[in-house]
Design a protein around this ligand. Structure first.
Ligand code: MLT
Length: 262
Protein backbone atom coordinates (compact mmCIF):
# COMPACT_ATOMS: atom_id res chain seq x y z
CA UNK A 1 0.00 0.00 0.00
CA UNK A 2 1.10 3.56 -0.55
CA UNK A 3 0.68 6.66 1.63
CA UNK A 4 1.62 10.10 0.32
CA UNK A 5 2.03 13.27 2.36
CA UNK A 6 3.82 16.51 1.56
CA UNK A 7 5.34 14.99 -1.58
CA UNK A 8 6.74 11.98 0.29
CA UNK A 9 5.41 8.62 -0.74
CA UNK A 10 5.75 5.72 1.70
CA UNK A 11 5.13 2.11 0.75
CA UNK A 12 3.90 -0.08 3.63
CA UNK A 13 2.26 -3.34 4.62
CA UNK A 14 -0.76 -3.33 6.95
CA UNK A 15 -1.90 -6.82 7.91
CA UNK A 16 -3.81 -8.54 10.71
CA UNK A 17 -6.02 -7.18 13.48
CA UNK A 18 -5.69 -6.05 17.07
CA UNK A 19 -2.92 -4.11 18.78
CA UNK A 20 -1.03 -2.09 16.13
CA UNK A 21 2.67 -2.99 15.93
CA UNK A 22 4.74 -0.58 13.83
CA UNK A 23 8.02 -2.02 12.52
CA UNK A 24 10.81 0.50 11.80
CA UNK A 25 13.65 -0.98 9.77
CA UNK A 26 17.41 -0.52 10.08
CA UNK A 27 20.06 0.94 7.76
CA UNK A 28 20.56 0.50 4.84
CA UNK A 29 17.62 -1.85 4.55
CA UNK A 30 13.88 -1.72 3.94
CA UNK A 31 10.67 -3.27 5.24
CA UNK A 32 11.45 -6.64 3.69
CA UNK A 33 13.94 -7.20 6.54
CA UNK A 34 10.83 -7.81 8.71
CA UNK A 35 9.51 -10.69 6.55
CA UNK A 36 9.63 -13.39 9.30
CA UNK A 37 8.03 -11.01 11.83
CA UNK A 38 5.28 -9.79 9.48
CA UNK A 39 4.38 -13.41 8.67
CA UNK A 40 4.27 -14.55 12.30
CA UNK A 41 2.91 -11.49 14.12
CA UNK A 42 -0.01 -10.73 11.78
CA UNK A 43 -1.63 -13.83 13.33
CA UNK A 44 -1.71 -12.15 16.76
CA UNK A 45 -1.90 -8.41 16.11
CA UNK A 46 -2.06 -5.68 13.45
CA UNK A 47 1.31 -5.35 11.75
CA UNK A 48 2.30 -2.10 10.01
CA UNK A 49 5.65 -2.18 8.21
CA UNK A 50 6.69 0.83 6.10
CA UNK A 51 9.69 1.51 3.91
CA UNK A 52 11.22 4.63 5.43
CA UNK A 53 11.52 7.76 3.30
CA UNK A 54 13.79 6.91 0.35
CA UNK A 55 14.23 3.20 1.13
CA UNK A 56 12.76 0.21 -0.70
CA UNK A 57 9.66 1.19 -2.66
CA UNK A 58 9.22 4.60 -1.00
CA UNK A 59 10.23 7.56 -3.12
CA UNK A 60 13.77 8.92 -3.16
CA UNK A 61 15.42 11.62 -1.05
CA UNK A 62 17.85 14.21 -2.42
CA UNK A 63 20.95 13.22 -0.44
CA UNK A 64 20.61 15.99 2.15
CA UNK A 65 20.31 14.89 5.79
CA UNK A 66 17.02 13.26 6.77
CA UNK A 67 16.95 13.49 10.55
CA UNK A 68 15.63 10.81 12.89
CA UNK A 69 12.90 13.31 13.81
CA UNK A 70 11.81 13.58 10.16
CA UNK A 71 11.54 9.80 9.80
CA UNK A 72 9.63 9.77 13.12
CA UNK A 73 7.24 12.44 11.84
CA UNK A 74 6.65 10.31 8.73
CA UNK A 75 5.73 7.40 11.02
CA UNK A 76 3.33 9.58 12.99
CA UNK A 77 1.72 10.87 9.77
CA UNK A 78 1.34 7.27 8.57
CA UNK A 79 -0.38 6.31 11.86
CA UNK A 80 -2.64 9.38 11.50
CA UNK A 81 -3.64 8.28 8.01
CA UNK A 82 -4.51 4.81 9.33
CA UNK A 83 -6.49 6.24 12.26
CA UNK A 84 -4.16 4.49 14.69
CA UNK A 85 -4.15 6.44 17.94
CA UNK A 86 -1.50 4.36 19.72
CA UNK A 87 0.95 1.75 18.48
CA UNK A 88 3.67 -0.48 19.81
CA UNK A 89 6.88 0.65 18.08
CA UNK A 90 9.53 -1.91 17.19
CA UNK A 91 12.72 -0.33 15.87
CA UNK A 92 15.92 -2.14 15.03
CA UNK A 93 19.21 -0.22 15.09
CA UNK A 94 18.54 2.97 13.06
CA UNK A 95 14.88 2.03 13.52
CA UNK A 96 15.53 2.25 17.27
CA UNK A 97 17.06 5.73 16.88
CA UNK A 98 13.86 6.71 15.05
CA UNK A 99 11.63 5.06 17.68
CA UNK A 100 13.37 7.11 20.38
CA UNK A 101 12.91 10.30 18.32
CA UNK A 102 9.23 9.33 18.03
CA UNK A 103 8.99 8.93 21.82
CA UNK A 104 10.62 12.35 22.26
CA UNK A 105 8.09 14.03 19.94
CA UNK A 106 4.89 11.97 20.07
CA UNK A 107 4.91 10.12 23.39
CA UNK A 108 1.11 10.01 23.67
CA UNK A 109 1.01 7.86 20.53
CA UNK A 110 3.16 5.11 22.06
CA UNK A 111 1.55 2.07 23.67
CA UNK A 112 4.77 0.13 24.08
CA UNK A 113 8.32 0.11 22.79
CA UNK A 114 10.67 -2.55 21.44
CA UNK A 115 14.26 -1.37 21.13
CA UNK A 116 16.17 -3.97 19.17
CA UNK A 117 19.94 -4.03 18.60
CA UNK A 118 20.11 -0.31 19.12
CA UNK A 119 21.45 2.31 21.50
CA UNK A 120 20.45 5.66 23.00
CA UNK A 121 23.72 7.54 22.61
CA UNK A 122 24.82 9.88 19.82
CA UNK A 123 27.79 9.09 17.56
CA UNK A 124 31.29 9.66 18.86
CA UNK A 125 33.16 12.46 17.06
CA UNK A 126 35.09 9.85 15.06
CA UNK A 127 31.91 7.91 14.24
CA UNK A 128 30.17 11.07 13.08
CA UNK A 129 33.12 12.07 10.90
CA UNK A 130 33.26 8.56 9.46
CA UNK A 131 29.61 8.78 8.38
CA UNK A 132 30.14 12.22 6.79
CA UNK A 133 33.27 11.04 4.94
CA UNK A 134 31.39 7.98 3.71
CA UNK A 135 28.50 10.09 2.44
CA UNK A 136 30.94 12.20 0.39
CA UNK A 137 32.59 9.05 -0.99
CA UNK A 138 29.17 7.76 -2.07
CA UNK A 139 28.41 11.04 -3.83
CA UNK A 140 31.78 11.00 -5.59
CA UNK A 141 31.49 7.41 -6.79
CA UNK A 142 27.71 7.21 -7.19
CA UNK A 143 27.93 3.82 -5.48
CA UNK A 144 26.96 2.54 -2.02
CA UNK A 145 29.55 -0.25 -2.32
CA UNK A 146 31.66 1.26 0.46
CA UNK A 147 28.75 0.87 2.91
CA UNK A 148 27.63 -2.55 1.70
CA UNK A 149 31.15 -4.00 1.76
CA UNK A 150 31.90 -2.71 5.25
CA UNK A 151 28.53 -3.52 6.85
CA UNK A 152 27.27 -6.72 5.21
CA UNK A 153 29.86 -9.05 6.80
CA UNK A 154 29.01 -7.76 10.30
CA UNK A 155 25.21 -7.98 10.26
CA UNK A 156 24.76 -11.61 11.28
CA UNK A 157 26.21 -13.98 13.84
CA UNK A 158 28.79 -16.67 12.97
CA UNK A 159 26.26 -19.49 12.58
CA UNK A 160 23.74 -17.58 10.42
CA UNK A 161 22.44 -19.36 7.33
CA UNK A 162 24.28 -18.48 4.11
CA UNK A 163 20.98 -17.68 2.35
CA UNK A 164 20.23 -15.11 5.07
CA UNK A 165 23.62 -13.47 4.45
CA UNK A 166 22.92 -13.41 0.70
CA UNK A 167 19.50 -11.86 1.32
CA UNK A 168 20.94 -9.14 3.59
CA UNK A 169 23.68 -8.18 1.11
CA UNK A 170 21.18 -8.00 -1.72
CA UNK A 171 18.80 -5.88 0.37
CA UNK A 172 21.61 -3.44 1.17
CA UNK A 173 22.83 -3.31 -2.43
CA UNK A 174 19.37 -2.33 -3.67
CA UNK A 175 19.11 0.91 -1.67
CA UNK A 176 19.64 4.15 -3.61
CA UNK A 177 22.83 6.15 -3.05
CA UNK A 178 20.95 9.41 -2.31
CA UNK A 179 18.80 7.63 0.28
CA UNK A 180 21.88 6.15 1.93
CA UNK A 181 23.68 9.52 2.11
CA UNK A 182 20.54 11.16 3.55
CA UNK A 183 20.33 8.55 6.30
CA UNK A 184 24.09 8.67 7.06
CA UNK A 185 23.90 12.44 7.48
CA UNK A 186 20.74 12.15 9.56
CA UNK A 187 22.27 9.55 11.88
CA UNK A 188 25.40 11.69 12.26
CA UNK A 189 23.21 14.59 13.44
CA UNK A 190 21.19 12.62 15.99
CA UNK A 191 21.30 13.75 19.62
CA UNK A 192 22.04 11.70 22.71
CA UNK A 193 18.68 10.27 23.83
CA UNK A 194 19.97 8.92 27.15
CA UNK A 195 18.16 11.63 29.21
CA UNK A 196 14.85 10.52 27.66
CA UNK A 197 15.13 6.96 28.98
CA UNK A 198 14.30 7.86 32.60
CA UNK A 199 10.98 9.34 31.41
CA UNK A 200 9.80 6.19 29.65
CA UNK A 201 6.83 4.91 31.64
CA UNK A 202 5.23 2.47 29.18
CA UNK A 203 6.21 -1.20 28.77
CA UNK A 204 9.53 -1.58 27.00
CA UNK A 205 11.22 -4.66 25.61
CA UNK A 206 14.92 -4.46 24.79
CA UNK A 207 16.36 -7.11 22.48
CA UNK A 208 20.00 -7.76 21.69
CA UNK A 209 22.03 -10.65 20.34
CA UNK A 210 25.07 -12.14 22.05
CA UNK A 211 26.90 -11.99 18.69
CA UNK A 212 25.97 -8.39 17.78
CA UNK A 213 29.29 -6.73 16.94
CA UNK A 214 27.73 -3.57 15.44
CA UNK A 215 25.91 -2.49 18.62
CA UNK A 216 27.11 -4.76 21.42
CA UNK A 217 24.84 -6.10 24.19
CA UNK A 218 26.40 -3.65 26.68
CA UNK A 219 24.41 -0.84 24.99
CA UNK A 220 21.16 -2.76 25.59
CA UNK A 221 22.13 -3.46 29.19
CA UNK A 222 22.67 0.28 29.74
CA UNK A 223 19.21 1.10 28.33
CA UNK A 224 17.67 -1.67 30.45
CA UNK A 225 19.16 -0.09 33.59
CA UNK A 226 17.90 3.36 32.60
CA UNK A 227 14.31 2.40 31.62
CA UNK A 228 12.21 1.43 34.65
CA UNK A 229 10.34 -1.87 34.34
CA UNK A 230 11.96 -2.72 31.00
CA UNK A 231 12.64 -6.31 30.00
CA UNK A 232 15.95 -7.33 28.39
CA UNK A 233 16.33 -10.35 26.14
CA UNK A 234 19.74 -11.39 24.84
CA UNK A 235 19.26 -13.96 22.07
CA UNK A 236 22.12 -16.46 22.11
CA UNK A 237 24.38 -16.32 19.01
CA UNK A 238 22.19 -13.73 17.26
CA UNK A 239 24.02 -11.01 15.36
CA UNK A 240 23.00 -7.42 14.65
CA UNK A 241 19.97 -8.38 12.57
CA UNK A 242 18.75 -10.64 15.37
CA UNK A 243 15.29 -10.82 13.77
CA UNK A 244 16.65 -12.47 10.61
CA UNK A 245 19.41 -14.42 12.29
CA UNK A 246 17.25 -16.11 14.96
CA UNK A 247 13.66 -15.44 13.81
CA UNK A 248 11.97 -18.04 16.05
CA UNK A 249 13.44 -16.70 19.30
CA UNK A 250 12.84 -13.13 18.12
CA UNK A 251 9.20 -13.75 17.18
CA UNK A 252 8.55 -15.53 20.47
CA UNK A 253 9.82 -12.48 22.38
CA UNK A 254 7.66 -10.11 20.32
CA UNK A 255 4.58 -12.27 20.62
CA UNK A 256 4.87 -12.52 24.41
CA UNK A 257 5.32 -8.76 24.67
CA UNK A 258 2.35 -7.95 22.43
CA UNK A 259 0.12 -10.46 24.25
CA UNK A 260 1.01 -8.84 27.55
CA UNK A 261 -0.01 -5.42 26.17
CA UNK A 262 -3.25 -6.52 24.51
C1 MLT B 1 21.65 -0.12 11.41
O1 MLT B 1 21.71 -1.36 11.43
O2 MLT B 1 20.58 0.49 11.29
C2 MLT B 1 22.95 0.65 11.50
O3 MLT B 1 23.98 -0.21 11.89
C3 MLT B 1 22.84 1.78 12.45
C4 MLT B 1 24.09 2.60 12.52
O4 MLT B 1 24.85 2.66 11.55
O5 MLT B 1 24.33 3.23 13.57
Amino acid sequence: MKYTHQGVSLEYDDLGNGTPLLFIHGFPLDRSMWGPQVNALQKVCRVIAPDLRGFGQSNDTDGQAVTMETYADDMKALLDSLNVQQAVLCGLSMGGYIALAFVAKHVNRVKGLILSNTKAGADTDAGRQGRLDTSIKIEQTGSTGVVVDSMAPKMLGPDAKSETATFVRSLMSHQRSTTVTSALRGMAARPDRTPLLANIKFPTLIITGSADVVIPPSESEAMHKAIAHSTLINIPDAGHLANLDKPDAYNEALQAFVNQLA
